[in-house]
Design a protein around this ligand. Structure first.
Ligand code: CAA
Length: 289
């Protein structure tokens, strides 16, 4: 890494945080725009957006301004024509330790209903998002990870839905997404006891797709994000829509939905280019059209 890039990394991420060895930061969108997250474009082609939750003192507790910044950053990145995939991680020892309990403590039923509390979480734009869970992912933190498309966990990560210990229940999809990911028994156990599970248990249960050494976590997530970003953004969007459809429908309807999307790829230049390139034994040059 060049001197400037290395200085920049140290300044931005501190000594306890990831230092991607071969990845160069480009534009810093954080300056002046986001107060609670760091936003960078990374990877060889700078086609991956990296959002780092940056309130380590509160273990990245998800207060309204932090959620607003995550949303804004994800949407801004999804509008960037160069960015094909986004990675979200946390600075310090937590990915996110949940919704901000201090903010919630004085809230009333009226506040929750009138403000439709938590309803705006999860609107993070069109690009696929990889959660690189570096530490605690509890309550809303676990829910945030599960709103993403892929979850990688560091070997130090812990997942949990401890709301029951606060006299409440998950409110940002925890009971629903966790049950779909790990099955009823483990989801029920986690939601009813508040017990946390390790990265290895999360891997065995299907909540995460990979467990990586803590120091390599973000680098590994970025590598996968680059693979996604190097594919056609148009077709990636369709593939993501098809997989997401599996959570919303029956098998027959889901397969019909998939087939329609598959058929629709035959109206794109990128489908033609992909198959032409295979037949001509060359690398495809996708144009997102
Ligand atoms: N909200 C607000 N502040 C939090 C927080 C949260 N969810 N989690 C941690 N913090 C704060 C702590 O209050 C503490 O702040 P101070 O230094 O000002 O006291 C700081 O972060 C460091 O935390 P700890 O001293 O507790 O750190 P620890 O290493 O001893 O423990 C922990 C770590 C086990 C994660 C512990 O902090 C903890 O249990 N946090 C709460 C986890 C939780 O209950 N999450 C669910 C929230 S509810 C929810 O998310 C609802 C939903 O569905 C959206």
């Amino acid at each position: 890494m060049s001197g400037i890039a290395s200085r920049l990394t140290n300044q931005l991420v501190g000594k306890n945080f990831h230092k991607p060895s071969s990845l160069f930061f480009t534009r810093l969108m954080s300056s002046g725009t986001y107060e609670n997250v760091l936003v960078e474009k990374v990877g060889e082609k700078k086609n991956v957006g990296l959002i780092t939750l940056n309130n380590p003192k509160s273990l990245n507790a998800l207060c309204d301004p932090l959620i607003a910044d995550i949303k804004k950053a994800a949407i801004d990145l999804s509008k960037d024509k160069d960015v094909g995939c986004v990675v979200i991680t946390g600075k310090g020892k937590a990915f996110a330790a949940g919704a901000d309990i201090k903010q919630m403590q004085p809230m009333t039923l009226q506040n929750c209903i009138m403000g439709n509390f938590l309803s705006d979480w999860g609107q993070f734009g069109k690009r696929p998002i990889i959660a690189a869970v570096n530490g605690y992912a509890l309550g809303g933190g676990c829910e945030l990870a599960m709103m993403c498309d892929i979850i990688y966990a560091s070997d130090k990560a812990q997942f949990g839905q401890p709301e029951i210990l606060l006299g409440t229940i998950p409110g940002a999809g925890g009971t629903q997404r966790l049950t779909r990911a790990v099955g009823k028994s483990l989801a029920m156990e986690m939601c009813l006891t508040g017990d946390r599970i390790t990265a290895q248990t999360a891997l065995a249960a299907g909540l995460v797709s990979k467990v990586v050494d803590a120091e390599k976590l973000v680098e590994e997530a970025i590598k996968t994000a680059e693979k996604i970003a190097n594919n056609s953004k148009l077709i990636v969007t369709l593939a993501k829509e098809a997989v997401d459809g599996a959570f919303e429908t029956t098998l027959t309807q889901g397969c019909q939905f998939e087939r329609k999307i598959f058929h629709s790829t035959f109206g794109t230049n990128d489908r033609k280019e992909g198959m032409d390139a295979f037949v001509e034994k060359r690398k495809a040059n996708f144009t997102d059209s």
